[in-house]
Design a protein around this ligand. Structure first.
Ligand SMILES: *[C@@H]1O[C@H](CO)[C@@H](O)[C@H](O)[C@H]1NC(C)=O
Ligand SMILES: *[C@@H]1O[C@H](CO)[C@@H](O)[C@H](O)[C@H]1NC(C)=O
Length: 417
């Protein structure tokens, strides 16, 4: 008995050793490759690019219960034959270097390493050598560093600075309500960055505004500048938001007074038929009140010359004279958005649903099935159509709204209001 059991015992051990050896060899040959260590198959192809699915030809978006969905057709990926004279523009402080590098990392890895558009950094203090060195190392593209002098960053002579200081105290409860530099920043972003000498020297046709500490979640394989140019787009956003109306209590009145006063001088800046504009994104059917909706300008792609139009320059000068940048806390986002919604045709404004983006705690993460595999974010956390802070439903409504039977212009509405 003992003889047999020892023999069986040895056989069992031999079988186990054989199975183990075969399994090990099999594993070594067929083991799953760890994609993070695998060599790149093609020069320039990123690990991220290997994991995500290919760019779709189109995507669809719209409020979940809305039968009218928006379909956007995308250009072929990786096409760099056509270029636009364009680049990134950033207003940033030296102290925001690490947040800036974070933003650049996302922009570069998701998009710009394939396109190499230049970066223009602006600051109301001189940039440090460290800032210049670190940011220029973060991209293969050219970087430019510009100084914002007091002609673009100071109180204009007509502003009563003691009254401005009192107003800041009164508004201390609001976000940035007591901040003086925030006000200079909003005024600069409204009225000056687009005529900064360095930007004019570069001669850019389009710009893409980037801020420190933002995130870009999605792979972008086509050139949004070319897309905008070829499709006649002047202004583009990715998040629309509702402003705290207490920061801009008298802004809409100033807008209407501007329209009236220019009309009385024979200058109608808002000649577009109301039904062809996006006016319903920012106001009611009779243009009586501002609804506080705006495009978030911390991401913005637009034509530089949109702000060089007589209409916008006079609009900005009027608002600037009115003092609300300092006596209230007018943001560049409501200022840009109101103008774009009153001045541009619906089809000249573009919603980049495919650009997943986060600023502060709010994020837009595409819900469209076609895009999800290309984005490193969770669409559950998107504010688009469900969050009360989002104005995307209002935008979709304004796109559809066509006031049948009325031929009134935006100017008519503003003057009558
Ligand atoms: C690249 O883009 C240009 C301009 O949009 C277009 O004319 C051309 O056909 C595109 N090439 C490819 C291969 O898609
Ligand atoms: C400036 O504002 C202060 C504070 O509100 C006020 O007392 C003063 O009269 C104002 N000055 C002018 C010239 O209006």
């Amino acid at each position: 008995m003992a003889f047999f059991s020892r023999r069986w015992y040895w056989l069992l051990v031999q079988i186990l050793v054989a199975v183990y050896t075969i399994a090990s060899v099999g594993y070594l040959i067929y083991r799953p490759r760890n994609p993070w260590n695998a060599p790149h198959e093609e020069e320039g192809e990123s690990i991220v690019g290997r994991i995500s699915r290919k760019q779709p030809n189109y995507y669809v978006t719209g409020p979940r219960d809305n039968p009218k969905q928006l379909t956007i057709h995308l250009p072929a990926p990786g096409n760099t034959t056509t270029r636009v004279n364009a680049g990134f523009v950033v207003l940033v402080r030296n102290s925001e270097l690490s947040g800036m590098l974070g933003s650049m990392y996302d922009v570069e890895s998701r998009f710009n390493r394939k396109y190499n558009y230049p970066w223009l950094f602006l600051n109301n203090e001189p940039f440090t050598e460290e800032f210049k060195q670190r940011t220029s190392q973060a991209t293969n593209a050219k970087t430019y560093y510009g100084f914002v002098d007091s002609s673009m960053w100071s109180y204009p002579p007509w502003i009563n600075q003691s009254f401005a200081a009192e107003s800041r105290e009164m508004m201390a409860e609001l976000p940035y309500g007591d901040s003086e530099s925030y006000r200079h920043m909003c005024r600069f972003q409204s009225g000056f960055f687009w005529r900064h000498p360095l930007l004019l020297e570069l001669g850019w046709e389009y710009y893409w505004r980037v801020e420190p500490d933002v995130r870009y979640f999605c792979e972008l394989d086509y050139d949004p500048f070319v897309y905008m140019k070829e499709n006649g787009k002047q202004y583009a956003f990715t998040i629309s938001f509702i402003e705290n109306i207490d920061t801009v209590p008298s802004l809409w009145n100033a807008v209407r007074r501007f329209a009236k006063e220019s009309a009385s001088k024979g200058k109608d800046h808002f000649k577009l038929k109301a039904k062809d504009s996006l006016h319903r994104f920012v106001t009611d059917a009779r243009a009586e009140e501002y609804n506080a909706c705006h495009f978030w300008t911390n991401f913005e792609i637009a034509r530089v010359d949109l702000w060089h139009t007589d209409a916008y320059k006079e609009f900005f000068d009027y608002l600037d004279m009115d003092g609300g940048f300092f006596y209230e806390r007018w943001g560049d986002a409501p200022v840009h958005s109101i103008f774009a919604s009153l001045y541009l045709r619906k089809d000249e404004v573009h919603y980049f649903h495919d650009i997943g983006y986060q600023h502060s705690t709010y994020q837009h993460c595409p819900e469209s099935e076609e895009l999800q595999s290309r984005c490193y974010c969770d669409p559950v956390n998107t504010l688009d159509y469900t969050d009360p802070m989002s104005c995307l439903n209002q935008y979709m409504y304004a796109l559809d709204e066509d006031s049948p039977g009325t031929d009134e212009t935006v100017g008519d509405l503003l003057v009558a209001a």
